[in-house]
Design a protein around this ligand. Structure first.
Ligand code: ATP
Ligand code: MG
Length: 551
């Protein structure tokens, strides 16, 4: 789908046909990537692909307090999993620390930067507000010599954290707060995951970002809308240094998804609070969570493509993502029979101890997917939701006296039930019509309901985990007075311990996807043990659950 950034790039190419369109994806390694990042990844790598250009994978690692090598590795795994490759273009802002330092010295020499010794609170007050201009720092007119001396000593570790910062000398009364002498460097005696203890001053984001972009020859620096107000600073940095080129910053809107949050900071809170099992909990909007849940990367790419790229803030319904997942899975995912909430059904006129194997297609619309043998016998499981003793009008599944089709097998008619000591139905009794083998009869009578089933003698017990949105609020950030952890959906995960599956799934490897017919798509979870298969529901077949229309 073509969007406004494509138009900007096409215009640039018209003007300069030899241009190598160059983009970058610049995550900060302070958490795992989420689906919002996927939008940025697809956009940046996608543009490089479409225009025969290049995309850098750059870690924006300027804040050693929150960053770790573990996140770096995880982010690379996630980007590759999504289907993108940076070849030899893996970089880090920290690769450029020496150049950034040299440019800072250049700014000081040109009287465009100064060392400020106000403390944090004084600095905050002197910056003014949206309605009031700021006031100049008493250190603003330090001599170049003094500034250079202090900056060199900041680097050499002479001062404690917070003693001084390096600030750009721009305009304390600018209506744009970002231009009120923003900080370029701060002191932080904190080892860095890559440069270790080489540095104790670290450059700030805006400064670093502009110059890193220029060093890599980025032509189009794409970022989210909240950086629109930072663009004048981005341009100022490039205009006041001898940076090798001047990339164009272009902003687009962030992706927000209903019923979840999309910020590493908040997701970290959920992980730390134990609200989820970790970054790869299948309910998380992280790529690690979606991978574990079984979302195919192609579905996420398709989703990012469908939602498009605009300047309007974007809240997307979860159903849009789920529909992409279904459409991606439908053509290629093999089918299986499985019952999540089993109830036993005995076919009274089917001989005990006799079993037959039905040859069932692996994909109803794709003969090339082949078929498999599924055993059938006198005792089977069906889903308890498929039986009602006293059905409402449009219920076409099983109930006393009613005939239904067991998918790929026989027609059965309910002739009674057994009850346990609490009066609950424990077993359903049916008779079958031997003339209906394979699902049809010579008299071609119409049967409305079709049920899935599993032979009790062959069933493979499994645990099935079903998911709903993590939060009950459409936008958990809407009301700042309600804690995030107070908005968790209590039924975001339902664990069914007694699912029964066809035995062909016995040795299914972790990550295997199947469609359990009539239910949804499932993926074998990494919690699976030798004697316990665990399935995650990737997505249900349809949005709403009850399906009482004739199938
Ligand atoms: P978070 O708040 O989740 O930490 P961030 O923007 O601070 O997000 P970065 O690691 O700095 O995270 O992001 C890397 C890139 O991904 C940036 O270019 C950023 O604009 C983009 N990005 C982050 N979140 C989204 C989102 N929700 N939609 C689109 N792009 C996003
Ligand atoms: Mg960030």
């Amino acid at each position: 789908m073509s969007h406004f950034i494509d138009q900007i790039i096409e215009a640039a190419l018209q003007e300069n046909p030899g241009l190598t369109v160059t983009t970058r994806f610049p995550p900060e390694p302070n958490g795992h990537l989420h689906i919002g990042h996927a939008k940025s990844i697809c956009l940046n790598f996608g543009i490089a692909e479409v225009y025969g250009g290049k995309c850098f994978m750059r870690f924006d690692d300027t804040n050693p307090l929150k960053e770790s090598a573990e996140y770096v590795t995880a982010i690379m795994t996630d980007v590759r999993w999504l289907g993108f490759d940076w070849d030899d273009r893996l970089t880090h802002a920290s690769d450029y620390f020496e150049s950034l330092y040299a440019w800072a010295v250049e700014l000081i020499r040109n009287e465009k930067a100064y060392v400020c010794s106000l403390d944090g609170e004084e600095m905050r007050i002197s910056r003014g507000s949206l309605t009031e201009p700021g006031s100049n720092s008493p250190y603003r007119d330090r001599s170049t010599t003094e500034n250079l001396d202090l900056f060199v000593r900041m680097r050499s570790g002479e001062f404690p954290d917070g003693a001084h910062v390096l600030r750009a000398k721009i305009d304390m009364s600018s209506p744009n707060m970002n231009l009120r002498d923003p900080t370029l460097y701060r002191i932080r005696h904190q080892p860095h995951q890559r440069t270790d203890s080489e540095w104790c001053i670290y450059p700030m984001y805006d400064y670093t970002h502009a110059l890193s972009d220029a060093l890599e020859g980025i032509t189009h620096s794409l970022c989210t809308l909240e950086f629109e107000d930072h663009r004048p600073l981005y341009d100022w940095v490039l205009d006041h240094t001898t940076a090798p080129c001047h990339p164009q910053q272009i902003e687009f809107s962030r992706l927000e998804l209903d019923y979840t949050v999309m910020s590493k900071r908040l997701l970290t809170q959920l992980v730390n609070a134990g609200a989820v099992d970790g970054w790869d909990d299948p309910r998380m909007p992280t790529l690690a969570g979606m991978r574990r849940r079984g979302y195919p990367p192609a579905a996420i790419r398709d989703f990012c493509n469908r939602i498009g790229v605009t300047k309007k803030n974007q809240r997307i319904e979860m159903s849009v993502l789920e529909q992409c997942v279904r459409e991606s899975l439908e053509p290629t995912t093999p089918r299986a029979l499985g019952v999540l909430r089993p109830i036993k059904l005995i076919i009274d006129n089917y001989p005990a101890g006799v079993f037959e194997a039905f040859d069932i297609p692996n994909h109803p619309n794709d003969p090339s997917a082949g078929s498999r043998k599924v055993m059938f016998g006198r005792e089977i499981y069906i889903d308890e939701a498929d039986f009602l003793e006293d059905p409402p009008r449009r219920f076409f599944r099983l109930s006393p006296g009613r005939e239904v089709r067991l998918r790929y097998a026989y027609y059965v008619t309910c002739v009674g039930v057994d009850r346990d000591s609490n009066g609950e139905i424990s077993t359903i009794h049916c008779t079958y019509d031997p003339d209906s083998r394979g699902g049809g009869t010579s008299d071609k009578r119409k049967i409305k309901g079709t049920l899935h089933w599993v032979s009790a003698a062959h069933a493979l017990p499994a645990q099935a985990r079903l998911y709903e949105p993590l939060f009950y609020s459409l936008n958990p950030l809407e009301d700042p007075n309600i804690e995030l952890t107070d908005q968790l959906n209590a039924t975001s995960r339902t664990v069914l311990h007694n699912a029964q599956l066809e035995s062909n799934l016995q040795h299914a490897a972790v990550g295997t996807r199947v469609q359990l017919e009539r239910i949804g798509y499932f993926c074998v979870d990494s919690d699976t043990q030798q004697d316990q298969l665990v399935l995650n529901q990737i997505v249900a077949l349809r949005d709403s659950l009850p399906r009482d229309k004739p199938s």
